[in-house]
Design a binder for this molecule. Structure first.
Ligand code: SAH
Ligand code: SF4
Ligand code: F3S
Length: 474
């Protein structure tokens, strides 16, 4: 299939959706004239940065339909939950909230409730919603987000609940309207889906097969963002290290990074997430050579024991992981390394957790997300016997934290007294403090005015806690 054809379909589809946006906007205008106020909306996002990025697109589409932000969910005329299913508690939160919304809908029958995201790609969830949560108006999944305007319009027209879930993606739709959460930084999808099938993980089932965006589309989007005031981009993918596979062009992630680095006006480049098995030497060299690529890599290792890694289907060993880190540190000595860890994978003993602790100590992570294994129906791990008892999991979890936290604090302490470039990102009115990030992704709280937001400034670190630094503007 040629590119030309692909582009044409996207453009036609986009035009069609614009047409639905227009229709809804007119309906909302009538509402405004009648009631003297605009309709309001509230989006709740669960899960990872992929979902956060999708929510920006939903936000953009809703704004074009004429909705404005509600202060709180309870005041909104349109509520969307963009859901996650990576762990059970993410799902439970959504069900809990939906229970509350039932009462809200009884009070205000005009309220629209939409559900989307990863959780909706599971048949059992759709059955549950149809049976137990009949007050939901619109349900769609991860492959047809761009159809949102059409689905909203169908619901308005018919007054019936609309379910539209696809089992796989059809094409990548470019140029959806979107509203960024921050004016000065942005996330950019470089690929969708995942082919890795780690045995515990649901993501490949709900996000589909890996597919990369064309580099020209990515670069165009970033150039436009920079022209619009963005100084930092985060390139997003479940496994950015395999970027480019399946594209007609000759490109890989390292070369994409080098091209992004050339974009004038851009200051910082971040990316998430790297899988250790696909991390190439070229990527390390690109990180070393490109001045805009931040001094940080998030490299989940999940577990330290080789038997567990094998059962997890991660395709690397503890030794290989530590070797990669050695190579990275050789080229980029002051790089910050962060990771994801799972404790309590089926059959994992406390002795095996010791291997995880060993990696933590050797790798000296400056941050980590530590998760308790959550059984996900449909994944191979869910069928493994020997699910670990709660007591053992708790012990293992604490062993890992006890190893991690002193190292993180120690790394932070070494920064006290030094000065770093910080991108000021958020302002807290009450305490009159700013929050910002060093290039190595560590968080710093410092006093300063709101006008500094979006600027990269010199901050001297004066003190630290385990999870953030304290500094002052020079
Ligand atoms: N694609 C990314 C991570 C996506 S999910 C990667 O592979 O690096 C984010 C994290 O959630 C994973 O790194 C893993 O640590 C955790 N996770 C995934 N499935 C899980 C499960 N069933 N139980 C507990 N944690 C899980
Ligand atoms: Fe899940 Fe593994 Fe894919 Fe990450 S690489 S999304 S953990 S299957
Ligand atoms: Fe969750 Fe989907 Fe991300 S399952 S972690 S929101 S890809």
């Amino acid at each position: 299939m040629g590119h030309r054809e692909e582009i044409k379909v996207s453009e036609e589809e986009l035009l069609l959706q614009k047409h639905f946006i227009e229709k809804i906007r007119n309906i909302n205008l009538e509402f405004e004239q009648k009631h003297g106020r605009k309709k309001t909306m509230f989006i709740s996002t669960f899960g990872c940065q992929m979902n956060a990025r999708d929510s920006e697109k939903l936000d953009g589409m809703l704004k074009e339909m004429g909705y404005i932000n509600a202060q709180e969910e309870k005041d909104a005329d349109f509520i969307i939950y963009n859901t996650c299913c990576v762990r059970e508690n993410a799902e439970n939160k959504v069900y809990g909230n939906l229970g509350y919304l039932k009462k809200a809908k009884e009070k205000n029958p005009e309220l629209k409730i939409a559900l989307c995201g990863c959780m909706m790609q599971q048949d059992i969830v759709i059955e549950t919603i149809k049976k137990t949560y009949k007050h939901v108006d619109i349900v769609f999944g991860t492959f047809n987000l761009y159809k949102f305007p059409e689905l909203v319009y169908a619901n308005i027209e018919t007054g019936e609940s609309i379910f539209d879930i696809w089992k796989e993606h059809k094409e990548i739709i470019e140029d959806l309207p979107s509203i960024r959460k921050y004016p000065f930084k942005a996330s950019v999808n470089i690929m969708f889906g995942c082919n890795n099938f780690c045995s515990y993980c649901i993501v490949p089932y709900v996000r589909g097969r890996e597919r990369s965006r064309k580099s020209e589309d990515i670069l165009k989007e970033i150039r436009e963002l920079v022209a619009d005031g963005v100084v930092e981009v985060t390139l997003l993918g479940q496994n950015v290290n395999s970027y480019g596979k399946g594209l007609d062009e000759d490109i890989d992630f390292a070369r994409l990074l080098r091209k992004v680095n050339e974009i004038e006006g851009l200051e910082r480049i971040r990316f998430m997430t790297s899988h250790p098995k696909d991390l190439s030497d070229e990527l390390i060299f690109a990180m070393r050579d490109c001045e805009k690529i931040c001094n940080h890599i998030h490299l989940p290792f999940q577990a330290g024991n080789n038997e567990i890694l094998k059962k997890m289907n991660r395709h690397y060993t503890k030794e290989h992981y530590l070797h990669i880190i050695e190579k990275i540190r050789k080229e980029i000595p002051d790089i910050a390394l962060t990771t994801d860890i799972i404790v309590g994978f089926p059959g994992e003993t406390l002795e095996q957790v010791e291997d995880t602790v060993d990696v933590v100590k050797k790798a000296r992570f400056s941050g980590a997300f530590t998760f308790i294994y959550s059984k996900r129906t449909g994944t191979p791990a869910a069928k493994m016997e020997e699910q670990v008892d709660e007591e053992t999991v708790k012990k293992g979890f604490n062993m890992v934290l006890d190893a991690l936290n002193p190292i993180i604090l120690d790394i932070n302490k070494q920064k006290v007294g030094k000065t770093y470039k910080v991108l000021a990102e958020e302002y807290d009115e009450e305490s009159k403090t700013l929050k910002g990030r060093l290039t190595d992704n560590s968080l710093v709280h410092f006093s300063g005015g709101e006008r500094l937001i979006g600027h990269i400034i010199d901050v001297k670190i004066t003190d630290c806690k385990t999870f953030y630094l304290i500094g002052k503007v020079l």
